[in-house]
Ligand binder design. Structure first.
Ligand code: SF4
Length: 367
């Protein structure tokens, strides 16, 4: 096995969102956001449950109106994971969802308006132990900042964020995290790098409006990958124009790739070629679908021939290396007597993976 990651994380303060710790030495938290109508309580709860099942630690829900705040009350009662309420401008909604048990308020204090209203929200957050997320977006900078910088720049995003930070500092409230998202990778990365030097609070990472499932995942992996590899980031959301469950899967794939946080199977699979002894792509598609329920970290290599198969099996918990008629099967890098029938690798490998995990669980329970 390769060494664990050597990334040195930026030292941030820690906040608590419901039962999830963010920042400090807490695992990097994965977040997603519902895209249902919040007024449709059943649909929103169902989506939150799917997002939670995929492994998300937190989920954000838009609360644009007082009616939505009433729906939020019912949603909160049924949510298996902490909820962040997304609120713009209307401070009364923030006060209402605080009463209903919200775990985090995503609201920019500078957008609330009058000083007494800002103070009311911050005092309410303090009284209820609710942290705030300041969220700056390259697409909605204040008019005067846009005028000053003429176009969104990292400095412009950070100046906007610091205005909100300074309001909270002035009110002696330090339980917050900050995001400076942009749809442009370099803009977002530059802004997070700058902000990381200016505040100690946790940073929530995201490439906003990243695009559809494939392009958005790539963009997010590049941007967030650069930051995470530098130790920047305490929580993240992948913003895809797709099912939010996909956002969670992509987030974990990024964290797994950097060996920051494991969840489920890390597959090593070759692209296949005419040397393949079994259908690698079909096997991979079947395994990925069937093994989504597995949350234990595990590395499995699925390689079509002996060119790379045994070598990859050496760095995997389980591995298959294609060979004529029956393929070689490995556990912890050791070749097993059992060989897998090339017409049916997925079924046999699935069974072996499940048996292996059962044994691991049994050993854990004995310890
Ligand atoms: S491992 Fe073998 S089958 Fe897979 S791509 Fe390489 S040469 Fe082809």
């Amino acid at each position: 096995m390769f060494a664990q990651n050597l990334i040195k994380r930026r030292q941030s303060t820690q906040i608590r969102v419901g039962n999830v710790l963010i920042g400090g030495d807490a695992p990097i938290a994965v977040q997603s956001m519902t895209n249902t109508n919040t007024l449709d309580v059943a649909a929103t709860v169902a989506q939150i449950q799917a997002i939670a099942k995929a492994g998300a630690d937190l989920v954000r829900v838009s609360v644009p109106t007082m009616d939505a705040a009433e729906a939020f009350k019912l949603i909160k009662q049924q949510s298996p994971i902490p909820l962040v309420a997304d609120i713009h401008f209307d401070y009364r909604i923030a006060l209402k969802v605080a009463e209903y048990g919200v775990d985090c308020l995503r609201i920019n204090p500078g957008n609330i308006g009058r000083e007494d209203r800002i103070r009311a929200v911050v005092d309410c957050a303090r009284d209820h132990n609710i942290p705030i997320r300041i969220g700056v977006n390259g697409g909605s900078l204040e008019a005067d900042i846009q005028e000053k910088y003429t176009e969104p720049t990292p400095e412009a995003l950070v100046e906007s964020a610091m205005r909100h930070v300074e309001i909270l500092n002035r009110l002696n409230f330090d339980q917050f995290k900050v995001s400076v998202k942009a749809s442009d990778v370099f803009l977002a990365v530059g802004a997070y790098r700058l902000l990381a030097k200016q505040i100690k609070q946790p940073l929530h990472l995201g490439i906003t409006e990243a695009g559809g499932a494939r392009a958005g995942a790539v963009k997010s992996a590049i941007g967030l990958g650069m930051l995470l590899a530098e130790g920047i980031g305490d929580t993240l959301r992948i913003s895809l124009a797709a099912d939010p469950v996909e956002e969670v899967k992509v987030a974990f794939d990024i964290l797994k790739s950097l060996r920051i946080r494991s969840r489920g199977i890390n597959f090593i699979a070759c692209p296949s070629c005419s040397r393949q002894e079994f259908d690698v792509i079909k096997t991979m598609n079947q395994l990925e679908q069937r093994l989504e329920d597995i949350i234990d970290p595990l590395t499995v290599s699925v390689i079509g021939c002996v060119v790379n198969g045994p070598g990859e099996a050496l760095v995997s918990d389980l591995g298959v290396a294609g060979a004529s008629k029956k393929s070689g099967f490995y556990i912890n890098g050791q070749r097993q007597k059992l060989r897998l029938d090339n017409d049916n690798v997925a079924d046999q490998l699935e069974q072996q993976i499940r048996d292996y995990l059962q044994q691991k669980i049994a050993i854990r329970q004995q310890d």
